[in-house]
Design a protein around this ligand. Structure first.
Ligand code: CMP
Length: 148
């Protein structure tokens, strides 16, 4: 059954248009349909709101600093099993580990460090719904579900 997920191309990647173009090719080659797309620039409070579950962790300030360092892309991707499929395509959280264990993944190819890992993907159906609502409050997910 076709499914939606929320994907981010984070600021370090977005700053490099050659890499962004390559990533959009990967997305198309892997048969994801881009249902919605916007570029954003976050304030500190935007980042703290989205990453609230990580407040208090040692990397929280670093993460919020990174995510407010420049524009980034938010995408709604559609495909059968989109959530798992997108997470498989981006690979493990930590790019140096991805380069050893999952060399064909996007984080292996384009990620930098544990924090600056260039991509995000929702991890479950309920978080995908929540994250789509966060970035695309105008998107009618109930209508999409009815029409799919
Ligand atoms: P993401 O999975 O999009 O959401 C949480 C983010 O926190 C993660 O990507 C990384 O950018 C960052 N992160 C997760 N774990 C660590 C870590 N151990 N050290 C630094 N940053 C991390």
């Amino acid at each position: 059954l076709t499914q939606l997920t929320l994907a981010l191309l984070k600021p370090d990647l977005t700053a490099n248009s050659t890499k962004v173009n390559k990533v959009f090719s990967h997305i198309q080659q892997n048969d994801f349909n881009i249902v919605a797309h916007k570029t954003l620039l976050w304030s500190k409070s935007d980042a703290e709101a989205f990453y609230g579950e990580h407040r208090g962790k040692f990397f929280f300030e670093r993460l919020c600093g990174y995510m407010t360092s420049g524009h980034f892309h938010a995408l709604i991707l559609e495909k059968p099993d989109a959530i798992l499929g997108w997470r498989a395509l981006i690979g493990p959280t930590h790019p140096p580990r991805a380069r050893i264990n999952a060399p064909e993944t996007l984080r292996s190819l384009y990620g930098m460090t544990d924090t600056r890992n260039s991509f995000h993907g929702s991890d479950a159906v309920d978080t995908a719904t929540k994250e789509i609502g966060f970035f695309f409050p105008e998107f009618d997910i109930e209508k999409w579900e009815k029409d799919r």
